[in-house]
Design a protein around this ligand. Structure first.
Ligand SMILES: [Zn+2]
Length: 447
């Protein structure tokens, strides 16, 4: 066989033209085959990624397709059935679309709404990161910090239902009464993390300016006075609430808690995402303290205590109902924000366990971890489709440290009125900082 092939080659190479044709043929076949292999490996990679991190209930295949033409998004399964794509991204456009993020004049979401990538020159004015000029470890990093919730005092903590309040209860180990709000703890933690990061050269942006502040730069009470009515008007105008509901929202029947829960909460979270994305951070730290979900009513302390972190992904079957959510699904699929978030969160959760001496949660330690999350390959890092894990466009860690209602934790957290002086809060801040530092050291090539 080999001999025959050699004879065949020999006869070909006798002729100049035949030789040229044969080499061209070989090159052509090689290019076609390797293109085919690359496309196949891309299809495999993105299909597996969607199944592993994004499509929690294996119910979203009606909203996207991944094939030899690229990735398509559909507004519904019906649209997919008739081939009417909402957005098409060809395989050779992925890099361009990912780098497009920092466009000054049109966002990637605006482009998504156009249905395909536009090449008009006005679109591609890229954001240029200013050089801070210093040479410290974090000097190239812009870091956004979101201190969860807003309460600066117990009254607001009660409106948010994010407070811990226990009476003195010696039977359950409490020799003093306990009262603090989560928003105060997260803000103090954020301030301490900010200080540490800035000392190491990072530029830091905080979504909340002061204890008790919201992402709108004012307290909830002040927001009610200045912006509540116009927010209700806008929601009615865009059809989110009916005229009748609007009347109710503006009447005395609507309590402060209703106004917080039904109007303010979502639009303020949206605002947090917007101001973080406008800052163009290299990474984002979202700070929360957890509670024991089984401690119903929170009237007495719990014995459980765990740490966990969240990243984006794990969309449930009804989670792609709007165009902005479908865009975020595509962004998480084609960018490496998710992979980097997992690496960052993994460093932070390891640091929590080491610094705080609290166990890292496994998937069976809370029902929401079983029901609405994907456990990633990293211990204590879970994909969860929260408003901020979905909407923030950077690698992120959404930390849920220690259970505030744990009997020992609540006693420790209750100390000091100024929580930046609280030893436990200082430890939590140190744990976030060391985790971020390890991420930067171990992944310096990703920057
Ligand atoms: Zn929280």
């Amino acid at each position: 066989m080999l001999l025959l092939f050699a004879v065949f080659l020999d006869s070909i190479f006798q002729h100049q033209d035949m030789r040229f044709l044969f080499i061209s043929f070989l090159l052509f076949t090689h290019v076609c085959l390797s293109q085919d292999t690359t496309t196949q490996s891309k299809i495999k990679h993105f299909t597996e990624k969607a199944e592993k991190y994004l499509d929690r209930e294996k119910a979203l295949s009606g909203y996207y397709s991944i094939d030899k033409n690229g990735i398509k998004m559909f507004a519904s399964a019906k649209d997919k059935a008739v081939g009417k794509a909402e957005f098409l991204l060809k395989w050779d456009q992925i890099k361009q679309f990912n780098e497009f993020e920092l466009s000054d004049c049109r966002t990637r979401f605006d482009t998504y709404k156009l249905g395909k990538l536009s090449h008009s020159p006005d679109v591609c004015v890229h954001y240029v990161k200013p050089d801070s000029g210093n040479q410290k470890l974090l000097s190239k990093y812009r870091i956004a910090i979101d201190a969860g919730h807003t309460a600066g005092d117990m009254a607001m903590g009660e409106i948010e239902k994010k407070e811990v309040k226990f009476k003195r209860d010696t039977l359950n180990g409490l020799t003093d009464s306990i009262s603090f709000s989560e928003g105060t703890l997260t803000f103090a933690t954020a301030k301490l993390v900010e200080e540490k990061l800035e000392t190491d050269g990072a530029q830091v942006f905080m979504t909340r300016a002061f204890n008790g502040s919201t992402a709108f730069g004012v307290t909830f009470d002040d927001w009610l006075k200045t912006s509540y009515k116009s927010a209700v008007d806008s929601l009615c105008k865009i059809g989110e609430i009916t005229a009748e509901k609007k009347k109710w929202f503006l009447s005395s029947k609507c309590t402060k808690r209703d106004k917080f829960r039904l109007i303010f909460k979502d639009i303020e979270l949206q605002k947090r995402g917007e101001i973080i994305n406008n800052y163009h951070p290299d990474l984002t730290i979202i700070i929360h303290y957890n509670v024991d979900e089984t401690n119903t009513g929170w009237t007495k302390p719990s014995n459980k205590d765990f740490d966990m972190t969240f990243v984006g992904g794990a969309f449930m079957k009804n989670d792609l109902s709007s165009i902005d959510k479908r865009f975020e699904f595509l962004r998480l699929l084609i960018s490496d924000d998710l992979e980097k978030s997992i690496l960052l969160s993994s460093e932070v959760i390891k640091s929590f366990e080491k610094t705080l001496h609290v166990k890292t949660a496994s998937v069976t330690d809370a029902t929401y971890l079983v029901k609405s999350c994907f456990a990633t390959q990293e211990k204590g890092v879970f994909c969860r489709n929260l408003q901020l894990t979905r909407f923030v466009h950077s690698p992120l860690v959404y930390g849920e440290t220690i259970y505030q209602d744990n009997v020992e934790e609540c006693k420790a957290l209750n100390k000091e009125t100024d929580k930046t002086k609280n030893e436990r809060v200082r430890k939590v801040a140190e744990a976030y900082f060391l985790g971020v530092l390890n991420y930067v050291k171990n992944n310096s090539t990703s920057k």
